[in-house]
Design a binder for this molecule. Structure first.
Ligand SMILES: O=C(CO)[C@H](O)[C@H](O)COP(=O)(O)O
Length: 221
């Protein structure tokens, strides 16, 4: 299981998004956080900006929609060119219908869970999604500390995916850094979102490589 690194542009310079996307050209994905100030108490960007990011990004875009009513809005992000669109289980009215629609539009479908949302109700639906995002902080802001209590949930999700024989990715987002990535990888995550750790580093490509190496080494144990 190769570790995939998805730097979050929430920690980029919003006046220089194209430059800061080019800075992560060695990453596997660019993680774009869409926040509506309703589902989370923060506001980032919407479709018009997203469409341009998808056009100029050197790497595929992994959209994380922290918005209400994703049933209505998420398909447009797939149409705008997102390689992967992740919506929140707590916000979706019909998650299976929405995941099927995203796949029909050619995107990977991701289901996100806030730290307090259990994964168990969704384990029978693994065949309907391409990725489970276990939030390792409360969504809304970068720079928070990793919630260690989410590790058992990552582990249970990985065990269920392995038992199913399906290739469902498990992503972690929030507080991922050199000091936490190994524990998340050991618990079974294979896609790692990191905002402040990457964009705050002295060398952005160096940090991407260091995170990837640590996660790969943890997987190898
Ligand atoms: O979804 C998020 C917060 O809700 C983000 O992806 C956030 O950018 C993670 O940042 P950091 O790596 O600094 O914790």
């Amino acid at each position: 299981m190769a570790a995939l690194i998805a730097p979050s542009i929430l920690s980029a310079d919003f006046a220089n998004l194209e430059r800061d996307l080019n800075a992560i050209s060695t990453a596997d994905y660019a993680h774009v956080d869409v926040m509506d100030n309703h589902f989370v108490p923060n506001l980032t960007l919407g479709l018009p900006v997203f469409e341009r990011l998808a056009q100029v990004s050197p790497v595929p875009i992994d959209a994380h929609l922290m918005i209400e009513d994703p049933d209505r809005w998420a398909p447009a992000y797939a149409e705008a060119g997102a390689a992967s669109v992740t919506f929140h289980a707590e916000a979706a009215a019909a998650p299976v219908r929405l995941a099927r629609e995203l796949r029909r539009l050619g995107a990977r479908a991701g289901l996100a869970l806030r730290p307090a949302t259990p994964v168990e109700p969704f384990l029978d639906l693994l065949a309907e999604v391409d990725m489970i995002l276990v939030m390792t902080v409360e969504p809304g802001f970068g720079g928070q500390s990793f919630i260690e209590g989410t590790l058992p949930k990552i582990r249970r999700a990985r065990e269920a995916v392995s038992a199913s024989g399906l290739d469902v990715w498990i992503q972690v987002d929030g507080g991922v850094s050199r000091s936490t990535i190994e524990r998340a990888a050991d618990a079974g995550a294979n896609v790692f979102v990191a905002g402040s750790a990457v964009y705050g580093a002295e060398s952005v490509p160096g940090e991407i490589e260091a995170l990837r190496a640590l996660a790969d080494a943890a997987h190898a144990h």
